[in-house]
Write a protein that binds this ligand. Sequence first.
Ligand code: COI
Length: 357
Amino acid sequence: MITTEKVSIKVQQTTNSRVGELDYNKIIFGHQFSDHMFLVDYNDGVWHDAQIIPYGPVPMSPATSALHYGQAIFEGMKAYKNDKGEVFLFRPYDNHKRINISAERMAMATIPEEIFMEGLKQLISLDKGWVPDTDGSSLYIRPFIIGTDEFIGVKPSDNYRFYIITSPAGKYYNAPVKVLVETNYIRAVEGGVGYVKASGNYGRSLFPTKLAQQRGYQQIIWTDSKNHRYLEESGTMNLMVVIDDVLITPPIGDTILAGITRDSVLTLARDWKMKVQERKISIDEVIDAHKRGTLEEMFGTGTAATIAHIASFGFEGKDYELPATEGRIFSNRVAQELENIRKGKSEDKHNWMVKID
Ligand code: COI
């Protein structure tokens, strides 16, 4: 039993570590899970019985409410190892704040900071050997909360479980992506839940994405639900464009997730005195910039990929190619700087990194 001032976590260590089986050069995102997981239950208004146990299946009633009405939210975050073998989390307090914003919107129990942070720290510390140190690699961390009432009436669950599982990760995309500007299906609406990490947001995106993939695109650029003119997100990521040396991204609102990578990229751009605009951007403006030759860069930002360059976009039956990714000054610079900060090679001016002891 490891006890901190406020949080006691019962630890059951595996006797059969799988870490030796991992080939760090062949990591496929999301397929392999580290030796341990963290979980804690919420009943009668109290989070209790925090534990770290060997990773594996957990029995669950088929009536579990999350399975029926989607009270399920998650976070995505990463741990990094520097040259000295030290392990750091990237902006974990921001993930904690955001999971509680999701919890509130989905009428779920919020998770106290000390449980979230202590669970993370002890879990990652125990599974330090699973944090890869090769270029562009990290340990992807998936905290999530589900409603656990055994009840199929429609109401907010009274009981919840918070889990953390982790998975070693290499590059999310190996090449720049070809995207389709979606003008039929929608991801999010005003007054909806697009701004939170609710599992259903991802589920609803799969069918339109599958249709786009059948047409040769890898991802969708979502547009506004009213007129399909304004660009919103790119697949599961925030979207950014550089036009005439100005970095433009849609503003946070009901339909846009407050991405932590998004914020990090905007912060670095402002540090570098780049002109940044958080405003609506229409497909017409982007096509016009493409015609004038001023559309310099287009990319997604997210935890999984950090920066995903967009090679081309399709709109109303026509494909528009962007300049070669090698020459894209801002997105390459910001991707490298984020990697350097995370691996301890650049100064962490904004105190984003939290060391795991
Ligand atoms: C991200 O890009 O950070 C995501 O949310 C993707 C994740 C769902 C795998």
